[in-house]
Design a protein around this ligand. Structure first.
Ligand code: UD1
Length: 434
């Protein structure tokens, strides 16, 4: 049995009203769970979103020997006497972020064994940066005939190294930062990713005995503990708010909201989006931890189109590219969206064309959008979790009732999305399909 969402389109009317709280970040919990392997005592994680990816990562850490318990939005991880360094294949093959566990596992146990990680299909997603990083830290990397990677640290301990990333990768930065925490000597990561989830994780690790400097900048220095595990001693780590969810909600509010306030968020984490939206004419009231969008008085036609080019943080996030494209189908003008981070992340545009959007696919990285155009109802299937949510946005502005199949893909990253959007007045329900 599969599940799908049925969404009543507002046909361009702006009626949504109320408060929309943002949950903890998917991309924070997916690193905090693996980081628990670095600890010798119990780790408590709070503000954890109730999403499928967090479940899967919890299962993966549990399969490695830990006790992982969830109570509401808190997850408690108690380490086993001995970690199992072979990652559970069936789970690792399902989520891309399983690769993050390889760093702390290698650092803690001296070896790690894992299959090629699975996850969202976003063009090529190689793991060369991870493997090269481990090699630089003195490990031996071998791939066996079944495609399983076997990595061993000489003498069971990783060595500090100077690692320059030829291009920026979020998970490679985090994985090698985690590995370096227990290494012997200093590791310097250059051209590192600067996403806000990275300094959040580093701050917690530092409070527990790690020595990380520069997280949140492009150079991160880590003095390893030479194998001494970290101790949380009851200190919890709260997941920062999910900036991609916050940004998607702001876009929805601009498109279909009369008066919506997005709460529990960190507006400065989405400066790139907010700058473009306000340039487009979206009336934003930005508070400390909230963003109010009172767009009811402004008809769609009044928003101006803006050019979008995705970039690593603090640039425009690739994860907000598809929701932003929905916005641009409703604004006046002709603009391009350029995707620079992933290959194959514009394929969803074909579905929007079927809905009536005027989009020309120039090449796999660039689309040209002319707006505004009315969208009409369709049955859709999200190719990845971000595009899945973008389809819900498209369905919300469309004329008629649309269906977004494959609810699981959206559940991977967004907690009970239908209940939360219903609370601000969207007509959306989940139903079983045969
Ligand atoms: C993370 C986020 C994802 C976001 C992406 C870009 C998590 C769990 N996921 O994904 O939501 O869309 O950052 O902001 O945090 N690459 C290589 N070799 C490698 C690793 C990456 O060539 O070894 C390439 C990728 O193919 C891609 C680019 O680097 O073109 C950036 O990918 P990366 O930052 O690694 O994305 P993820 O960390 O997988």
């Amino acid at each position: 049995m599969q599940e799908r969402f049925v969404i009543g389109g507002l046909a361009g009317r702006k009626t949504l009203k109320g408060e929309l709280p943002v949950r903890g970040a998917k991309n924070a919990i997916l690193k905090a769970l693996p980081a628990s392997v670095l600890f010798e005592d119990t780790v408590v994680l709070t503000n954890v979103p109730d999403i499928e990816d967090a479940e899967r990562m919890g299962e993966l850490v549990r399969a490695s020997g830990a006790t992982v318990e969830r109570s509401g939005s808190t997850i408690t991880i108690t380490p086993p006497p001995k970690w199992r360094s072979e990652l559970e294949h069936s789970i690792a093959e399902r989520i891309r972020a399983s690769i993050v566990l390889t760093g702390p596992m290698l650092a803690r146990t001296g070896s790690v064994h894992f299959p090629y990680p699975g996850g969202c299909v976003l063009g090529e997603r190689p793991i060369d940066l991870f493997l090269q990083g481990f090699t630089a830290m003195g490990a031996t990397v071998k791939e066996d005939a079944e495609g399983v990677f076997n990595i061993h640290a000489h003498g069971g301990v990783l060595l500090g190294a100077e690692i320059f990333f030829p291009f920026i990768s979020v998970t490679a930065t985090e994985t090698l930062m985690l590995a370096a925490v227990l290494a012997k000597g200093e590791t310097i990561l250059e051209n590192a990713a600067m996403e806000p989830e990275i300094p959040a994780l580093a701050a917690f690790l530092n409070a527990c005995g790690a020595h990380i400097e520069g997280a949140g900048t492009s150079t991160i220095r880590i003095q390893g503990t030479a194998g001494k595990p970290l101790r949380a001693e009851g200190r919890p780590m709260a997941m920062p708010p999910d900036r991609i969810e916050a940004g998607s909600f702001v876009i929805l509010a601009a498109l279909a909201g009369e008066d919506v306030t997005i709460t529990d968020c960190e507006p400065k984490h989405i400066d790139a989006l907010l700058t473009l939206l306000s340039r487009a004419g979206v009336p934003l009231e930005i508070g400390e931890r909230s963003i109010r969008v009172r767009s009811g008085a402004i008809p769609n036609e009044r928003y101006k189109s803006v050019v979008v080019r995705t970039h690593e943080y603090p640039g425009f996030p690739t994860d907000l590219q598809s929701p932003m494209t929905i916005f641009l189908t409703q604004t006046t003008g002709e603009v391009t969206v350029l995707e620079t981070v992933f290959d194959g992340r514009l394929r969803y545009a074909e579905d929007l064309i079927r809905m009536g959007a005027d989009i020309t696919i120039m090449n796999p990285h660039r689309i040209l959008i002319r707006g505004p155009r009315k969208l009409s109802r369709k049955e859709l299937e999200g190719p990845d979790l971000r595009a899945g949510l973008a389809y819900i946005l498209a369905a919300s502005v469309a004329v008629g009732t649309s269906i977004v199949n494959n609810a699981y893909v959206i559940d991977r990253g967004y907690e009970k999305i239908e209940e939360r959007l219903r609370a601000i007045g969207l007509s959306i329900r989940r139903e079983l399909t045969r």
